[in-house]
Design a protein around this ligand. Sequence first.
Ligand code: SF4
Length: 281
Amino acid sequence: MACPFLKEGRARYCHAAPIRKLILDGPGATDGGRCASPEYRTCDLVAKDAVQPDRCPHLEEIRVQYCGVSPVTKLVPFSDSELSSCTSNSYRYCDSYLLLARPHAMSPAANLLYAANHFWLDAEASGFCHIGLDGFLADVAGDVSGITFVTLHGTHCPALAITVNGVEWPMSFPNPLMIQKVNSRVRRDPARLTADPYGSGWLFEGWEIPGQTRNGLMTGPQAAAWQAEERERLSREIHEAHAPACDGGSPVRGVAQLLPREHLVCVLQKFFAQRGWSVEA
Ligand code: SF4
């Protein structure tokens, strides 16, 4: 599915010019000027013996796509845009889209896959993927003050370190991805990770390695049951090990900000260290 802000149109360019400059056709555009009239013969790029009567033979017309909400209109030929995030479900991670269409935090899509250390994976049929950290981590952390990407490009298990209440915690997605880019905006503004963990707080973008990237991940009702059990397990952990005087109830959002360092490290180790499902409570 393409982004609702993606527009289509026709554009013209000069085939003989050293630099291809696309000009959008449509309301407000010129009608081709000299290139689309017999005057084209006065152009230095045209052979003196050109025979076409009413328009330059170098004038080409193609179909283009462009973002209807970008302040700068960048025209992309149809044939080049197949891999663009605007023409696939990846538009959901575009900042322009998020700003205009979805001012509130995104809820997790039903098709997300989860790793036991609370990474999510959104894998499209094309193999294009996004990876982030889930809402459970966002609720526990409340605030992340720093993000350092360890893997930036190439085929790796995506890895980073997040800083929570003064503790820098290393995290790694358990399976390899062909990483194309990381979210530089979340690095500059780590608050995105906890404010919108399934949208503007995404972390890695890249291509699935068939037979590897999805290995051992959980989805659907099984994942929903696991998420609920993780919240129960956190409750038990906080009340039994870190706040025994507390009289029950669910831990508040941002409980990590209230824990002394050694208790926080213990919680991070129990919930966000790399592990398999077998050690689940
Ligand atoms: S740049 Fe963003 S908002 Fe514009 S069409 Fe592409 S995905 Fe949509």
